[in-house]
Ligand binder design. Structure first.
Ligand SMILES: Nc1ncnc2c1ncn2[C@@H]1O[C@H](COP(=O)(O)OP(=O)(O)OP(=O)(O)O)[C@@H](O)[C@H]1O
Ligand SMILES: [Mg+2]
Length: 243
């Protein structure tokens, strides 16, 4: 569960990248965070995960304030950033060991999860290679495996499907579904509206730092007219309102 209250952030004192948003991301749901390029998705996610400090507002992750209790909050989530850049000289297995150490995952459990996840994502044969030899998608999968190694309650994923091949993307969506069905939290940003429509229980749309919509896909269908698809709704909501 993640609670965001009156959150704002601007860069260099200029236009607000995130402008007074409030969101409840409940347990047991897949929550999709949509919006055009530059809408404020990554900025929001970086504040939730403690990478950026908010100008104002509060964020609770599993009840822990990310600013005041960062360690407790961080123990409760997995974060996959949009740019999968990690220690290029480490081998995949060394990276996962390092992450397992940081999060105190017992070694037998760590090995079991590493095996299971790397098999699911087809990465088991390259864990002995250096990360610098990995493709973009392979790095992304490695970070994903690392993020899930400590089996956290909240998954926070920034554009997780981008760069994944169809099989891995399917696996991830399946895992997201199971995680939510286990009563835990999945929050992810995406541009892929078809994915959002199929996968999400709940959707928020952000544009220019403000939340334009927050509800279920069904509720959105009710709210927006001419709604042949989520795509047409999205375009309508985020359309240029200036004449
Ligand atoms: N480091 C930064 N310095 C200055 N401005 C920034 C910085 N990062 C983001 N911004 C600005 O903040 C706004 C929101 O950017 P953000 O990266 O949060 O958008 P996004 O919704 O994640 O977009 P995308 O879909 O392209 O990933 C944009 O106007 C962007 O130019
Ligand atoms: Mg982004």
């Amino acid at each position: 569960m993640i609670s965001i209250t009156n959150l704002s952030k601007s860069y260099n004192g200029k236009v607000k990248a995130v402008d007074n948003i409030s969101l409840e991301i409940p347990d047991g749901k897949i929550f999709g965070f949509l919006g055009p390029n530059g809408a404020g998705k990554t900025t929001t996610i970086k504040m939730i995960t403690g990478i950026l400090t908010p100008d104002s507002g509060n964020i609770l992750v599993s009840g822990h304030d990310i600013v005041k209790e960062p360690l407790d909050a961080k123990r409760s989530f997995a974060y996959v950033p949009d740019d999968p850049d990690v220690f290029p000289r480490l081998k995949g297995s060394e990276y996962l060991k390092f992450i397992g150490d940081i999060y105190n995952v017992p070694s037998d459990l760590r090995l079991e999860r590493m095996k299971d996840l790397s098999r699911k994502f087809g990465l088991e044969d390259v864990l002995g290679d250096r990360i610098q030899s990995y493709s973009h998608g392979m790095r992304q999968k490695l970070i994903l495996i690392g993020a899930l190694l400590h089996d956290p309650e909240n998954w926070i994923l920034d554009e997780p499907m981008t760069g994944l091949d169809p099989k891995s993307s399917f696996q991830l969506k399946d895992m997201m579904r199971r995680h939510a069905d286990d009563g835990k939290t999945v929050f992810f940003s995406t541009h892929v509206l078809d994915v959002a429509e199929k996968v999400c229980d709940h959707i928020a749309i952000i544009d220019k730092g403000r939340i334009l919509f927050n509800g279920t896909v069904e509720e959105m269908r009710g709210e927006v007219r001419n709604h042949a698809s989520l795509e047409s709704m999205f375009l309508e909501l985020t359309g240029d309102t200036e004449e």
